[in-house]
Design a protein. Structure first.
Length: 148
């Protein structure tokens, strides 16, 4: 059974607007994330940040794995091993929608094992590798629209 994790941020409320500081229009750094409800067997965390409203389908902004179990991922940090986002870079890339209001899903996974992935790994490779080890999941959604 997969435990339900709670994930929040000091930067924005659930379904609220993400401040420009955390986007391509600002400092383009990751917001802090507060996590609760981790199962006792948690050995590591994985994180996926994606935009399902992108014109070409789901766009990946950040993937991380082997994050030490924690109740807080700090702002402007590299909390674990970082795979490739859809910009082709191994880093956080904040919201930068080409048009309209987009929703950004911050997904956190509690795993009962460590992952052995290459840093060139994609979201699909991360999901396949972690699938047998997921013991907890939580999601925080924020929105962002660029001012023109």
């Amino acid at each position: 059974m997969v435990a339900s994790l709670k994930i929040a941020s000091e930067a924005f409320k659930s379904n609220g607007s993400i401040p420009s500081r955390y986007t391509c229009d600002g400092a383009n750094i990751n917001p802090s994330l507060i996590i609760s409800g981790l199962p006792m067997a948690t050995k590591t965390l994985a994180l996926i940040v994606e935009d399902p409203d992108a014109p070409e389908g789901v766009f990946i902004h950040w993937i991380c794995w082997n994050i030490p179990p924690t109740n807080k991922i700090l702002e402007n940090t590299k909390p674990g091993e970082v795979g490739q986002n859809d910009f082709g870079k191994n880093e956080y890339a904040g919201p930068c929608p080409p048009n309209g209001l987009h929703h950004y899903h911050f997904k956190i996974y509690a795993l009962d094992n460590f992952l052995h992935l290459d840093l060139s790994s994609s979201k699909a490779e991360l999901e396949a590798a972690m699938d047998p080890y997921v013991i907890g999941f939580g999601e925080l959604i924020g929105t962002y629209a660029r001012r023109k």
